[in-house]
Design a protein. Sequence first.
Length: 263
Amino acid sequence: MSTSFPLDGMRVRFSGETHVGMARTHNEDSLHMPVDERLAIVADGMGGHASGEVASRMAVETMVEYFRDTAEEQALTWPYKVDHEGRADITRLVTAIKLANLRIHEASTREAAKKGMGTTVVSALFLDDRIVIGHVGDSRVYRVREGEIVQITDDHSLINDYIKMKRMTPEEAANWPHKNVIVRALGMKETVQVDVHVETPRLGDLFLLCSDGLSSMIGDEKIVDIVKHEHDLDRAAEELIGAANEAGGKDNITVVLARIEPA
């Protein structure tokens, strides 16, 4: 189901969907659609059994809870340092992610059944004049603008590190057996580094948050083709998941779409 909010003379419309895929028996992904805050989240849990699902849900619930608790007092950043450069919204999003990491890590060290659990997270906070994106792991945010797609986030994966170090070409990476190894995720350590990107939205922009169950199954051209030809965001989300399942659906698939529309 889609929702929309005003955005500096425009509107941002959201839609999201998740699916277990064709190979897994349960869904370890979690998502959050904006309710009170214009905050969208996708988390892809890992750890096996039920612990991956616990980790992704804990990430989403912690972040949403933090945003609700700080709605009236956005300067609250305990136990992390305040950003003194005036970037309160960036600090708020980063703090929410770091708190989620801490809670997941503490739970994984305290409870034997949850040992080793973790999750990726991608989040986007839609402000009046910009979009703040915070992420950890290999879930992604894409922007589609005037028919061109750009991957905004950078995968925190072993295979991407090898590509950046020029030890492997993208063609070689396609068949590498360790391409699912994550080098950064929530819960792995007591602290985590959060990557932040700030986008200035334009009318017509479409932002896609997704787990790697989508991005590992279908390419950029297929994503663009679907979102260009399906104006209804709910159906576009369903078609993206359907395309990933048709390609094999080897993992859980989660998508959140956000489109900048006329007011």
